[in-house]
Design a protein around this ligand. Structure first.
Ligand SMILES: [Cu+2]
Length: 67
């Protein structure tokens, strides 16, 4: 299992956090997701690659990059 940390920009409220969290959880191999609004950060555990995670966040309309 890998722990991936992403910097996520564009989140402004709880709905954004929920949307990003749901998008990350939908990626195959993801086991758990913790998204922090104030830090603009997501911590993802599982076997998904950072690239897949970044793409999933991007598809929701937010910008992510590996921390
Ligand atoms: Cu929002």
């Amino acid at each position: 299992m890998t722990i991936t940390t992403l910097h996520i920009t564009g989140m402004t409220c709880g709905h954004c956090v929920a949307a990003v969290t749901a998008a990350l959880k939908a990626v195959p191999g993801v086991e758990s997701v913790q998204v922090n609004l104030e830090r603009g950060e997501g911590v993802i555990k599982g076997s998904a690659s950072a690239e897949q995670l970044v793409q999933a966040v991007g598809a929701e309309g937010y910008e992510a990059r590996p921390a």
